[in-house]
Each structure stands twice: as C-alpha cells, then as structure tokens.
Design a protein around this ligand. Structure first.
Ligand SMILES: Nc1nc2c(ncn2[C@@H]2O[C@H](COP(=O)(O)OP(=O)(O)OP(=O)(O)O)[C@@H](O)[C@H]2O)c(=O)[nH]1
Length: 614
C-alpha cells in the first residue's frame, strides 16, 4: 500500500553542511545504514553521489533527498536528509537545499578544524534560520583533536564546547546519538495544511527513463497524484504522473503534505521546465504568491569549446543538447574561430562546472576537445553611452570606450597564521583589497578580500594552495561589478589577429601577457619558408614582438635522380601533413600549437597539467 502523508510533528528536515572532504557523504551513508534504509551489503560507497564523476572526484554536485525512519521512545519519526553540494560554484543550489530544511548538521573534520566552506555554509544556514547542530567528525583519526576544535566551533556559533557531538562516519561512533539529537533539536516543519499548495523545488534531475525528476519540499497545503500543477515562475501546467519519497529508491505515495520532502514526475523532458527555486502550486486552486528566493542561474565564466577534429562538430552539438537536459545552468551558442574552426561559446557557473562539463563531454561522448582560456563577463560602455556585454574577448568593441566594468567577488580565505604574508602578497598581485582579518583561534586566521573575479578564474586557487602548502581554504561570492582599467590584447601572426588568443586584461598586466604569449608561440610554431612576426597589440599599438626566422624547406631535395613517382609521393605526404595545419594568413600553424598555447594559459584548470604531462 502507498504510504500516506506523515504528520508534521513527526517530521524532521535537515541537511549536512561541511567543507569539502570533511566526510559528509560517509556520514550520510552511515545514517542510511543505521536507520535500516540500506543494508550494509547493498550499500554502494557514497550512495547519494550518483554520477560517476562525482564518485571519482569525491565531490557532491547534485543534491538529493532521502527519507529515513527513526524511532525515539514510542514515536516513529521520519527524517528527511537533504544532501547539499559542497562547492562554491553551486552556492545557489546549496541555498535552495538549505531553504528546504529546518536544521543543519555542521560537520567539521576533527583533524582539520573550520575551513572556508564551513563558514560560508554556516552563514547560509543562519540566513535561512536553521537550527545548527555542531558535530566533529573523524574522531577515529590519530590526528584528531576534538577538544581543540570543539572550542573553535563553540566560539564560532556561540555554544558550549560540550554541545559539540563527536562522531566518526567511518566507524559509526556517535552516529546514533546524532540521529537522536536531530529529532530533539531540529524543529518540526510548520505550514498551513488548508491553504493552496506551495512547494519549493530544490533540485531537478534528468533521468533517461522517467524524464525530469523534481525534488520538492511542501510548505503549505498538499500535492496529490494525477492532479494538475503549475510552475509559478513560468505559469506552465503539468499533470502529476507520480509523486513519492526517496528511501533512497523512489517509493510512490498517496501525496505529500505540509513539511514533507519528496519527488514529482510530470513527464517534463528538460530541467529548464522545472527550475530550482521555483514554487509548485495546484492548478485548480493556485496560491497567490510564490515562495521567495527564486533566481535564474547565471553563467559567470565563459569559454570556447572546439572539437579537435572538426568533423566532430555535430557530435559536440548533440552532446551539449543532451547535457542541457540535466543542467539548467549550462548555456551555449555556436561560435566560429579563425584558428579553431566551428565550436561553441559556453557559459558556466564557475571553473569546476567548466571542468565537469568538459570531462563529461569527453568521457560520455568520446570527444576530444580544446577549450579557450576561461573569461568572465564584461560590461563595456561606449562613449555614445550604449552598453555592450562581452562574453568573448574577441568581441571586445574597438570603438571609443567610456568605461569597462568587471565582476567582483568577496573572498574568504582561512589559513594558519604563518601564511598571512604569503596570502596577502598573492591577493595584492591579483588586484585584491583587504577588507578585514580575524583570528578564529591563536593560529588560524580568516582574511576577507574583494577581488576581481577574472583574477580568481585563472590560477588563483592553485597558487593559494601552493603558497600555503595546501593549508588554506577559499570561498567566494559575487558582489556586483566595478569599473577597471581593462584593455584587450590581441595576438597577431604576420599581421593577422588570431582570435583564440585575444584576452581582456588589466592595463598593468597587458605587457606581461603580450610578452608571455609571443614568446610561447615562438616556441610552438615551426619555422616557415618566410619570416613570421608574432606581435601583441592593444588596438593599433604593438606592445611585444618576436620573430620566427625563415627556413627554406625543399621536400624534393631528398630526391636524387629523376624518380617522378617518388617525387609525387613526397609532395602528397606534405599535403597530408598540411591538413592538420591551420592557416593564419600565410602561416601554417599545427593544431598542437594552439592546444599547447591555450592549455598552459588556462592554468589552474586540468589542461595545464595535462599539457605538461604530454
Ligand atoms: N578516518 C576517517 N575518515 C573518514 C571519515 N569520514 C570520511 N572519511 C574519509 O574522508 C574522505 C572524504 O569523505 P567524504 O565523505 O567523501 O567527504 P565529503 O565531505 O562528502 O566530500 P564532498 O562530497 O566533496 O563534500 C574520504 O576519504 C573518507 O573515507 C571518518 O569518520 N574517519
């Protein structure tokens, strides 16, 4: 029989918030096992992280919800655990998952202490008025210092160190107590059962067999099978084909009532029709106002994606169309480049999102891709006051420019105090402005900076890690745009602009970029039969120059005697080789040169490391 709705008093909706690698997935698995939802044998490691890439990289991208039964005394409670993504690129998804809960388990690795994402997620949880349960994890580790970090945690959230539970997701120690504490401390949901239905979408996932599966949290009223629902942001109507709870496999129910968390299936084929943050209501008795907090995902970082083999272009187009079904934040449009041929300009939420998409394209669709250096979005105001939004450096307007604005972020960096100098030096070099600094304990500091986002999307994180021997953690959020002295640097081969290498950089860094790129290309481009100048220019002004000297390559020199068929063969061979060359003006450039030059420029991304390996 299909289960009926659970009374709100017996419901507890919570999430686990933690810095990456502090053990959220392991703890979630242990809870599933202890509540009997999955037996130990059937338990795949990290049940909640479904996608392969997620599992391999050990990161959570898509949030899911699981319902677990838990008895305390004579009462049978239903605990809904909502999994939240742990990376800065997905902050909006995190905030929606938190909005579906009344409480949060704040999980901190007892060998590491508080990190940047612990803070960022805690602030998001507090904004949503969640009850916070402080927990120290991994107490089985020999390096664990639960007492020390309990003090840190208690100071941060304003409780006593004894209030911090000590658990190990790995051994299961303390996890039963944690489940009891969730029942005790997380308030039951409140809502109006008789009001028109309002449910918030906190996740939607594309499933090949079932179409889009939408995860919701009911706030008021109830949703029932076969009735018509409306998505309040688009006013689109759908029929509810199935409604149920995940436990963790989907179990259809008779409906979802106040405070309940579950899934809906409507036959919708694209996650864009079922947007995270949107409110679902009943078509026959619609709610007057939507729940707050909805916003469209906005791409922050753009990059050109091109197939290395030009004939793969249709495969790339189909692959992007497929990925879009499952990724509402993915944006793209066709683009052509003189150097790279046909491809797409793709918008991403951040660098990690870019890497994940690229990896999925390569892995699931067997594509070999080249991506141009990632860039942010610029607002350019021309002297006639018209505004141009630039997502591709080669489209930077050449006319008279009044002002260029770039996106800024507020960054929080946590690190041991001994690295303060190194971090400040790095941030200053990246045009950062220090906003404040606090000691969390005697040896750990929190530094707050405002930085241009463009400086973060390059190699910032890698440099931060290497300068602090991996001890610093970083979190950032967008805070709007600011005007800056930015220019476009073009790279010219024999006087022809190579669009894929144009970059928008700060005036003070333009010269360094020009020198670096021209020197790199000089090494990568083979000598031709004539002299080739490589120049970097801002508008008509040349700021750097290298020259590739000419050679005279006579392929027929090897042919002594007059063997005509041999001569023809050699000429054929040379023609074959030329196919893999791109011709810029009169200059033949091997595809590999573009790949190498672009790769190391996208430092911080995987390309750079791959290129070095090769
Ligand atoms: N010794 C010990 N190791 C643990 C414990 N919990 C997790 N780990 C290990 O810590 C690492 C990270 O654990 P995950 O559960 O994947 O961390 P996570 O917080 O879910 O990571 P994200 O999904 O990236 O946010 C893994 O190698 C786990 O095996 C624990 O209680 N004790």
């Amino acid at each position: 029989m299909r289960p009926a709705a659970t009374a709100p008093e017996l419901l507890r909706n919570f999430c686990i918030i933690a810095h990456i690698d502090h053990g959220k997935s392991t703890l979630a698995d242990r809870m599933l096992q202890l509540t009997g939802v999955v037996d130990a044998r059937a338990m795949r490691a990290q049940y909640l992280d479904r996608m392969d890439i997620e599992r391999e990289r050990g990161i959570t991208i898509k949030s899911q919800a699981v319902r677990m039964p838990w008895g305390v005394g004579a009462d049978a409670y239903a605990l809904n655990m909502i999994d939240t993504p742990g990376h800065v690129d997905f902050t909006y998804e995190v905030s929606r998952s938190l909005a579906a809960c009344e409480g949060a388990v704040l999980l901190v690795d007892a060998a590491q202490g508080i990190e940047a994402q612990t803070l960022a997620n805690l602030y998001l949880a507090l904004e949503n008025d969640l009850a916070i349960i402080p927990v120290l994890n991994k107490i089985d580790l020999p390096a664990a210092q639960p007492e020390k970090y309990a003090e840190e945690l208690a100071k941060l959230i304003g409780c006593e160190p004894e209030d911090c539970l000590q658990v190990s997701g790995k051994t299961g120690a303390g996890v039963v107590e944690l489940l009891d504490r969730i029942v005790e401390r997380v308030p039951p949901p409140v809502g109006d059962a008789h009001a028109p239905a309002r449910a918030m979408i906190f996740d939607s996932v594309y499933d090949t067999y079932r179409g889009v599966v939408t995860y919701v949290r009911v706030v008021d009223g109830s949703l029932n099978p076969r009735e018509k629902i409306v998505m309040m942001s688009t006013r689109a109507t759908h029929e509810l084909l199935e409604i149920g709870v995940s436990s963790p496999e989907p179990v259809p129910t008779k409906g979802l009532g106040v405070g309940e968390v579950g899934y809906l299936i409507t036959g919708v084929k694209d996650v864009r029709q079922s947007k995270v943050g949107d409110t679902v209501t009943n078509a026959s008795k619609p709610a007057a106002t939507a729940l707050g907090g909805y916003s469209d995902p906005k791409p922050m970082v753009f990059s050109g994606l091109y197939p290395i083999d030009g004939t793969d272009y249709p495969i790339l187009r189909d692959a992007l169309d497929k990925l879009k079904l499952n990724d509402a934040a993915l944006n793209y449009e066709p683009e052509t480049s003189v150097a790279l041929g046909f491809g797409f300009r793709v918008g991403f939420l951040g660098l990690l999102h870019l890497e994940i998409v690229r990896e999925r394209l390569e892995r699931e669709f067997d594509l070999a891709l080249i991506s141009t250096a990632p860039n942010v979005v610029y607002e350019v105001t021309l002297e006639d006051k018209s505004v141009v939004t630039v997502t591709n450096p080669s489209e930077f307007p050449s006319g008279k420019i009044g002002e260029v604005r770039e996106p800024m972020v507020k960054a929080t960096i946590l690190a041991p105090a001994e690295f303060i100098g190194a971090i400040m030096e790095l941030c200053q070099g990246k045009r950062g402005e220090l906003q404040g600094m606090d000691y969390l304990s005697e040896e750990r500091v929190e530094l707050r900076y405002v930085l241009p986002m463009a400086e973060i999307v390059f190699d910032f994180f890698d440099q931060l890690k290497s300068r602090t021997r991996g001890y610093a953690s970083l979190d950032y959020e967008r805070i709007g745009d600011e005007a800056a002295d930015l220019v476009k640097v073009d790279i010219l081969l024999q006087g022809e602009t190579v669009d894929a290498f144009s970059a928008i950089v700060h005036k003070d860094k333009a010269y360094a970029y020009g020198v670096m790129m021209t020197a790199k290309l000089k090494e990568l481009i083979p000598r031709q039969q004539f002299e080739v100048p490589i120049q970097a220019a801002i508008g008509a002004r040349i700021i750097a120059r290298e020259t590739i000297r000419a050679i005279r390559k006579d392929v027929l020199a090897k042919c002594y005697g007059g063997d005509i068929s041999r001569k023809r063969k050699l000429l054929e061979k040379q023609k074959e080789g030329k196919k893999r060359m791109k011709t810029i003006g009169r200059v033949d450039v091997p595809q590999e040169a573009f790949i190498a030059a672009l790769s190391s420029d996208a430092a911080g991304s995987k390309d750079a490391k791959d290129a070095k390996k090769k």
